[in-house]
Design a protein around this ligand. Sequence first.
Ligand code: HEC
Length: 146
Amino acid sequence: MSRARIAAIGLACVLTACSGNAPNQRATSAAELRDPASSSDGARVYITNCSSCHQLDGRGVPGAFPALVANPAVTGNPRAVIAAVKYGLRGKPGRNRAALGRVMPPWQGRLSDRDIAAVVTYIRFAWHNDAPPVTLGDVRAVAPQR
Ligand code: HEC
């Protein structure tokens, strides 16, 4: 893939990220805190906010954006996945060679905690991934990881 094409994809992603949903911080019942977010919400949030970089099939763009399919960072420790989505990641050399120098934007403030729970639940079971859902309470409980 040419540099120009990669740059174009990056720009499209930045534009998509900037047009993300407005925060929706309504009051939440105790039942909602316990319930896993619905998967159809998660698919919608994913298509709108994530698929431009990670692609609809979750396979990412080799050399640019990591695959979310068959990725232990997605199906493993739920707190780490939530932290990545909530607070973002800044490509640390060696940590994820496919994404060297690229940044995963923080979604807190652009997506509600409920939408973060829905999309994390979605990426953990879509495309033959097979990890348990996360709840709104899980998302609220995760603080930035140092
Ligand atoms: C602007 C492009 C872009 C968008 C949009 C984007 N991501 Fe990412 N994402 C990245 C990059 C780049 C990385 C790798 C960052 C790193 O390794 O430090 C990443 C990493 C991740 C990781 C960690 C994967 C790993 O192997 O560690 C998860 C989980 C993730 N993204 C989920 C999402 C979700 C969910 C959304 C939508 C809410 C989303 N991403 C939207 C670019 C993006």
